[in-house]
Structure formats: structure tokens, C-alpha cells
Design a binder for this molecule. Structure first.
Ligand code: B3K
Ligand code: ZN
Length: 880
């Protein structure tokens, strides 16, 4: 915690480190109140650096002893402040011995070494290692680590660190030790240790080259019945990376450890991935289909980091997307391949588009907007964003779209061939792609350097005489903080043309014959000519969401209905439905605000009816097609946001659909039951998804039938997916029985922390839950603001997921937000800062709401002892 003005770090200021570290020997005497860390570093002067001094980072630790080449250094030999330890004079070859003290039990930040439920864990990315010992804590310093852990044997029977276990034994005094050695060089942010009372599921797994590896999933006692899916996902990940990218597990042992107190999803520490319990623990009784999918994706993501992140890492934190964008792309492809069908793959793509629109586009249009490779930051932890992750993944996907799968793979191979064991930049990745494919990717660099979501405007013209269709694409990109004017991007735009009968026309553009053409828009505007087009087509533009842009095209309802019924590209088929829905939701929102009567046209309803009943389509796709854009997505389309009007309009549409399609929804509800043992596979999950969406629609009318159906499902559900869907339907419908159901649910699962998180979240997001009810829930014995999952389930869900209540006209929601940000900041700045982000886009609301929001922001900004994390977010939000 600092009170001085936070410092901005710039990418352009990068300089190589003065000293490199070859080996690190760490010794830990673990004690919750007083842990002693002894470090022995062998270092040598970096010939590529002009920096003379040895510069070591260190924060919130006490220096006990410091020796250089065997000689104790006195205070005159070094400078020490609350951030750095600097030794100005040093020979070229140095052995440093450093002893420091920390108090893990007092560490509520969950950054560095901390205690959770009596066990020791670490989290070092991005800059947590400096809370453990003095070290050049920057990713371009890669070293080999040996770690000795010593702790009480009864309290901490399990001692883990990175790499391989080389020795263990008793110390005689009730304590024991374990020595670990990581054979690979790594940056300090990948260091990890665990000292805990845990149990594991383990398995020996055969790798492609014939070696075997020991795989372990470590959890608290009592959770061993929830580790199967994580283990299966790990094995699938290992196989997939071998097959798709030719990348093998490079260690004899790979461990996943679950912890209940964790700031994010998981962490890819070399050989010792530490996970939020949310992304490990699952069985049908406690986890939903979405939880299962999350576990698969995150287990994959962290495993894939072993190559994209660990073997090849980032030169500096501005390059974060080098590993995160690429690894998200890899986990997306993994999840899609695990489903295995084209239609299943399309549904995962629709999900990705939804995430981008729901979270990344708003970020790109707000005060925290930044390029995929940022130019500056105050607190790097604020830049683990949807832009760096999800937009970064889109950037990687565009390489694959432009180059094709084969050349993309060649580019990946070249990237590893050139950079294994190095800390590199996004430019190095782009160079590998360019060199392997022979393509000029110079202009493509702008995807890394320019923030903001590009808008592509499309206009079509058909000439019946010459049988040509001309598509003119024009791009622009809105200004973002610090970037007034943008240069044209290199945008792949996948296009198909539909005939009147709904089938794809064969395309002839630049000599290509296919049904989908990838047009490359590199200028501000360009006209593409298709010849031999025998009829006036309906264009299907941006197929498979080929670029992270907003597409403007003045579609008529007739064209959209045509695409919604026939487009062979499932993403654009879905998209047509979203456009139809969005137009209606916006019109209705305006009508609510004006007090006009509300009406929904039968054309739209009939289109939904047709899709709903179309058995040739996957249930999962039909669910996506019937899902309305969220309230915040509607808000994004408005100049002045009116959260209550949006809510009422959307509720009206839901109810109207529920009433009009009652019979059809009921039929799908019955047809998509999944009897027998629960299985999380995509087909079954898709059926449950459609069935439960039907239930939600049926209950939204508050009809007796809908409520009874929800109640019956709640009472008889054999898995958590069906149980929460039923409970959610009861709560959202305001059913009289909802309270009793909530109580029963709580009583059934009071031992399952992750389920109780759902219990809080379901209430926090219900439109009937006002601030008073949230405050009452905060007084519940099970609420604990120090646990990030719990804080997210109640406080975050209310502030982010319940817009009509959060934006109460009296500003009470905003005052609550300020209070919670301040309270959290004193405990855990990283979590506080995430909550602080939810007020980013306050300038888009009606003036009366803006005034309240500004006051709340100023209240937070006025706190003297604020973390850099929260300070950066609120000051950027308030800046002009
Ligand atoms: N690399 C970590 C995120 C670390 C966040 C630090 N504030 C998890 C991941 O992306 O896999
Ligand atoms: Zn990651």
C-alpha cells in the first residue's frame, strides 16, 4: 500500500537487465507468522546491458542478511527502499546470499506467499515473487531453480514445488523437508510452492514419445470425489497438444492443486499449476454443464501455457498477450476439437463472440481501452483484461484465417524453433508467422498497437446485366484514450452469398471458386467484385466472425430472416437472429421510456418458432438462437442508457415469447430430457441447455404450468445443471415457492462452498433483489468478503449482473459500490480493482445517474491510502 503518486511504466523505456541469474537455490522455513526465506543466486553481468548495478525488487519483506561472494554487505554497500534493493558496485560474477522474513498468515492480498484455510500457497504472476525474496522480478530474467521446503509434518504433510522431487525426509523435530528441482530455466513469476494438508488423485500417463509422466490433482480431503473431470481434461490436453501442435509434456510430473482462496481462475506455474477450486472440483451433484466446460477450458489453458508462456515467455509485461492471447486461442481450439463436430465447434465460436461483445467491445470503448500490446500501465495486474486475453486470441485466430491452418502450424513450429528458452515479444511471434508463410504481415502489427473496435461498413450492389456483385467495405476505428487517429487495419472478412433458395452461391473473386471467400481489407475502403453471380444475393458477411470488428450493413428484416433460416455459416445464422432481436429490443426500450404500448411482431416470433422446432439443428445451437442479447449488450447500442427501460423491454420480450411459443417450448422441454446417468458431453449439455431455456421462458410468463414445471424439476433434479436452472426459473419468475426452494437448496449444500457461491449469485442477480436484500445477504454467516469467490458471487454479481437494481435512480447502488471497493482494497487490491472496473462507462448514463456515479468514483478517488490498482482504474475513469 503506497500513498505516493503512482508511477506510469512505458513500453518504450524497456532496457535489458544489468545482471542475469543462472541458478536460484531457495530454502523455506515455513511458518504462518514468520517464514524465513534463504536465497542463493549465481549471477553474471549481462553483456547486452548498460546498467552497472545489481537491481533486485522486494516489497513487504524484511531483509535479515545479505552476502555477496561470501562477504556480508554493510548498509554502505547497498541502497534499500520499500521497492528495491540496489547494489551499485559488483564484480562481473556474483553469488548473492539473501535472507528475508515474511508473515504469510497476515497476507490477505493472495499475492506472493499466503495462507488459505491453514495451508501455504503462492501466486507470483505478475510481480508476486518480490513479496517472497529480493530478486530481479522481471520475466526476461530466466534461471534454474532448486527449492528446499521445511515445515511441520503434521500440519503440512504435503510439500510441493516446481519440477521434480529429488529428495525428502524427516528433520527429527516434528518437521520434514522436500527438495525440488526444476530442470528448465524459468522467470520468477512461474515459481510456486504448496505446503498443505491435501490428498491427490494420481495416474501414470504415457506420452507420445513413449515416456511416462505422473499426473496429480491435489485437493482438500473430502473433495476426492470431484477430481475425475479435471484429471480427464488434463490427459485430453496433453494428447491434444501432441497431436495438433506436436508439443509434448517436458516433465516427469505434472501437478494441479486446488485452493479455495484465489484471485483469478488458475496459474500456470511450471509443473505445479495452482487452481481456483471452481476450475477443478466437479461431480454431477455440485457442478453444472458450464462448470464442466470451464474446467476443461482452464485445465487446457494452463497446460498449454507450458509451451506458450513457460518455454517461450514474455520479454516484458507489455507483451502479455504473446502468451495469453495465444494460449486462449489454443484453449478455444482444444474445447472445439473436444466436441468434434462442426456444429459443436460453431456453438463454441458463438460463445466467444458473445464474450467479446459482452465484455471486450465495452472495454475497447471505455476509459481503460488499451491495445492488445499496451504502451503503458501503472499496475500490470490491471492489464489481465479481455482485450489482452480474448481480443488477443482473435488476433491469433486471424493469422490462422489469413494463412490457413497448415501455414499457421508452420509459423508455430518456427516460433518454437527460434525462441525456445527465450523471453520474446509479440513482434517475434508475428515475424515467425510472416517468415514461415512468406506473407507480408507488416500492417497486421496495427492489431497490436491500436486500441478500439474497428467498424467495417459494407455495401452491396448487384448488376443483373453483367452478373456481378460488388461489395464495398469501408473501415474506421473510433478514438481511444491517447489515440485520436487510427490507421487502417489488415482485416480478414469472410463472405458468402446466399441465393433466393437459401443455398450458397459459388463465388468467383480473384480466381477463387468456393462458397466462402476471405476478403482482405487493408485500405480504408475497397470494392470487391464477384463475377458470374446469377441472381441478386443476400450477403453473409464476417462468417465465423472472421475479425473482431463491428459489422455495419443495412440489412432488411427480409434479408435477416432469410439468413436466420438458411445461412450455411452457423455463426452468421445466429447473428441474423441477434440482429432481429436487437432491433426489436431497442425499439421496445424506447417505447417503455415513452410509456407507449409494447408490441412484438409475429414475424419474429414465427422465425423463432421455426428454429426451435428444427430437429436438424443441434439443441445447443437452437438454445443460442433463442437466447436474447443481454441487458448490457442492449445498453451498448444506446447513446444514453436507461437500465430500467432496457430491463422492462427485455422482460416483455421474454414473456411474449414464452406465451406465444408455450406449446412449442413445452414440446422441446419434453423432447430434450436427458434420462440416465449424467454426462457433461456437449450433446447432452446442449439438450439440457435448450430444455432449461425452454423452462426459463415458460416460467417467465408466471403461468401455473411454468411454475409447476420448474418446481417439479427442482424437486426431482438428478444433477446441478437442472437443479440451478429450476431454482433460477422460480426466483426470476417471482414464484411464491422460491424462498422455500432457496432454503432447501442451502440446506442440501451448506458444505459445498462452490454451490453456496451459486446460491448467493442467483439471488444477487435476480431482478427482485434490491440493495437491502444484498446487505442482508452480506450479514449471512456464510458470507466472507475475504474469499474472492464469495465476494464475486454476491457483491460483483449485484454490481455487474443486476443492472436494473444496481442503477437504482437514487444512486444507492453506486454508494454501495464505493463502499465495497474501499473495503476490499484494504484487503485485496487485485480483487478490489476488478470491482472498480464496473463503473468504467459511467458517462453513458442519463445525467442524473451520472452525477451519482461521479460522486461514488470521487469518493473512492478521495481515499488517501489506495492501492495503485484501484487508483489507476478510478483516475482513468474520471479523466476527461
Ligand atoms: N497467467 C495467469 C494470470 C495471472 C494474473 C495475475 N494478476 C493465469 C492465466 O492466464 O492462465
Ligand atoms: Zn493464461
Amino acid at each position: 500500500m503506497r500513498t505516493d503518486t503512482p508511477q506510469t511504466i512505458y513500453r518504450k523505456d524497456y532496457t535489458p537487465p544489468g545482471f542475469l541469474v543462472e541458478t536460484v537455490e531457495l530454502g523455506f522455513d515455513l511458518d504462518p507468522q514468520r517464514t524465513i526465506v534463504a536465497s542463493r543466486l549465481t549471477m553474471s553481468r549481462n553483456p547486452d546491458s548498460k546498467v552497472r548495478a545489481i537491481e533486485l525488487h522486494g516489497e513487504n519483506i524484511v531483509l535479515v542478511a545479505l552476502r555477496m561472494n561470501g562477504k556480508t554487505l554493510s548498509k554502505r554497500d547497498y541502497r534499500l527502499d520499500d521497492k528495491m534493493l540496489v547494489i551499485p558496485e559488483a564484480p562481473d560474477e556474483v553469488t548473492l546470499e539473501i535472507e528475508t522474513l515474511t508473515a504469510p498468515a497476515k497476507n490477505t492480498t493472495l499475492n506472493g506467499l499466503y495462507v488459505s484455510n491453514g495451508n501455504f500457497f503462492t501466486q507470483c504472476e505478475a510481480e508476486g515473487f518480490r513479496n517472497i525474496t529480493y530478486f530481479p522480478d522481471r520475466p526476461d530474467v530466466m534461471a534454474k531453480y532448486t527449492v528446499m521446503l521445511r515445515a511441520d509434518k503434521a500440519a503440512y504433510p504435503v510439500l510441493l514445488s516446481n519440477g521434480n522431487l529429488i529428495e525428502e525426509g524427516d528433520l527429527g523435530d516434528g518437521r520434514h523437508y522436500a527438495k525440488w528441482e526444476d530442470p528448465f530455466k524459468k522467470p520468477s513469476y512461474l515459481f510456486a510452492l504448496v505446503a498443505a494438508r491435501l490428498v491427490c488423485q494420481e495416474e501414470t500417463f504415457k506420452l507420445a514419445d513413449g515416456r511416462s509422466a505422473l499426473l496429480q490433482v491435489w485437493v482438500e480431503e473430502g473433495n476426492l470425489d470431484k477430481t475425475d473431470y479435471a484429471m480427464q481434461s488434463l490427459k485430453n490436453s496433453i494428447r491434444w497438444d501432441e497431436e495438433r501442435f506436436g508439443l509434448e509434456l517436458d516433465l516427469d510430473r505434472f501437478m494441479i492443486v486446488a485452493v479455495g482462496d484465489f484471485n483469478m481462475g488458475a496459474m500456470e506455474n511450471k509443473g505445479l499449476n495452482i487452481f481456483n477450486t471452481k476450475f477443478v472440483l466437479a461431480n454431477p451433484r455440485v457442478a453444472t454443464d458450464i462448470d464442466y466446460a470451464g474446467i476443461e477450458a482452464v485445465v487446457g489453458h494452463e497446460y498449454f501455457h507450458n509451451w506458450t508462456g513457460n518455454r517461450v515467455t514474455c520479454r516484458d509485461w507489455f507483451q502479455l498477450s504473446l502468451k495469453e492471447g495465444l494460449t486462449v486461442f489454443r484453449d478455444q481450439e482444444f474445447s472445439a476439437d473436444m466436441i468434434g463436430t462442426d456444429s459443436g465447434r460453431a456453438v463454441t465460436r458463438i460463445d466467444q463472440v458473445r464474450t467479446l461483445r459482452q465484455a471486450q467491445f465495452p472495454e475497447d470503448a471505455g476509459p481503460m481501452a488499451h491495445p492488445v500490446r499496451p504502451d503503458s500501465f501503472v499496475e500490470i495486474n490491471n492489464f489481465y483484461t479481455v482485450t489482452v486475453y480474448e481480443k488477443g486470441a482473435e488476433v491469433v485466430r486471424m493469422y490462422q484465417t489469413l494463412l490457413g491452418r497448415e501455414l499457421f502450424r508452420k509459423g508455430m513450429d518456427l516460433y518454437f524453433e527460434r525462441h525456445d528458452g527465450q523471453a520474446v515479444t509479440c513482434d517475434d511471434f508475428r515475424a515467425a508467422m510472416a517468415d514461415a508463410s512468406g506473407r507480408d504481415l507488416t500492417q497486421f502489427e496495427r492489431w497490436y498497437s491500436q486500441a478500439g473496435t474497428p467498424v467495417v461498413r459494407a455495401e452491396g450492389r448487384y448488376d443483373a446485366d453483367s452478373l456481378t456483385y460488388e461489395l464495398t467495405l469501408t473501415q474506421r476505428c473510433p478514438a481511444t484514450p491517447g489515440q485520436e487517429n487510427k490507421l487502417p487495419f489488415h482485416i480478414p472478412v469472410a463472405v458468402g452469398l446466399l441465393g433466393a433458395d437459401g443455398s450458397d452461391l459459388h463465388l468467383n473473386v480473384d480466381g477463387l471458386d468456393a462458397v466462402t471467400a476471405v476478403l482482405e481489407l487493408t485500405e480504408a475502403t475497397r470494392t470487391f467484385r464477384f463475377s458470374g453471380v446469377k441472381e441478386a444475393p443476400t450477403p453473409s458477411i464476417l462468417r465465423d466472425f472472421s475479425a473482431p470488428v463491428v459489422l455495419e450493413y443495412d440489412y432488411t428484416d427480409t434479408e435477416l430472416l432469410h439468413l436466420f433460416s438458411h445461412d450455411s455459416d452457423p455463426v452468421n445464422r445466429w447473428e441474423a437472429g441477434q440482429r432481429l432481436a436487437m432491433a426489436r429490443l431497442l425499439k421496445l426500450t424506447a417505447a417503455v421510456a415513452k410509456g407507449d404500448t409494447l408490441e412484438l411482431d409475429t414475424t419474429f416470433i414465427e422465425a423463432l418458432r421455426k428454429i426451435l422446432a428444427d430437429e436438424s439443428l443441434d439443441a445447443a445451437f437452437r438454445e443460442q438462437a433463442l437466447l436474447l442479447p443481454s441487458e448490457s449488450m442492449i445498453a451498448d447500442q444506446m447513446d444514453v442508457v436507461n437500465p430500467q427501460a432496457i430491463h422492462q423491454a427485455r422482460q416483455f420480450v421474454r414473456r411474449t415469447i414464452g406465451e406465444a411459443l408455450q406449446v412449442d417450448l413445452r414440446a422441446q422441454y419434453d423432447a430434450n430430457q436427458t434420462p440416465g446417468a449424467y454426462s457433461p458431453d456437449a450433446l447432452s449439455a446442449g439438450r439440457r441447455g435448450l430444455k432449461n431455456l425452454a423452462l426459463a421462458y415458460l416460467a417467465s410468463t408466471s403461468s401455473e404450468e411454468g411454475i409447476a414445471l420448474a418446481q417439479a424439476q427442482f424437486d426431482s433434479a438428478g444433477n446441478m445443471t437442472d437443479r440451478v436452472a429450476a431454482l433460477g426459473a422460480l426466483i426470476h419468475a417471482g414464484a411464491a415457492s422460491a424462498q422455500a426452494a432457496l432454503q432447501a437448496f442451502y440446506a442440501d449444500f451448506d458444505n459445498e462452498a462452490l454451490v453456496i457461491d451459486k446460491w448467493f449469485a442467483m439471488q444477487a442477480s435476480a431482478p427482485a433483489t434490491g440493495l437491502a436484500a444484498v446487505r442482508a445477504l452480506m450479514r449471512h454467516a456464510a458470507f466472507n468478503i475475504k474469499n474472492p469467490n464469495r465476494a464475486r458471487s454476491l457483491v460483483f454479481t449485484f454490481c455487474v449482473g443486476n443492472p436494473s437494481q444496481f442503477h437504482a435512480p437514487d444512486g444507492s447502488g453506486y454508494a454501495f459500490w464505493a463502499e465495497q471497493v474501499i473495503a476490499l482494497d484494504a484487503l485485496n487490491p487485485q480483487v478490489a480493482s476488478r470491482l472498480a472496473r464496473s463503473m468504467d462507462r459511467w458517462r453513458r448514463y442519463a445525467p442524473a445517474l451520472q452525477a451519482h456515479m461521479k460522486k461514488a468514483l470521487q469518493k473512492v478517488a478521495g481515499v488517501k491510502k489506495l492501492s495503485n490498482d484501484v487508483r489507476e482504474v478510478v483516475s482513468k475513469s474520471l479523466a476527461n
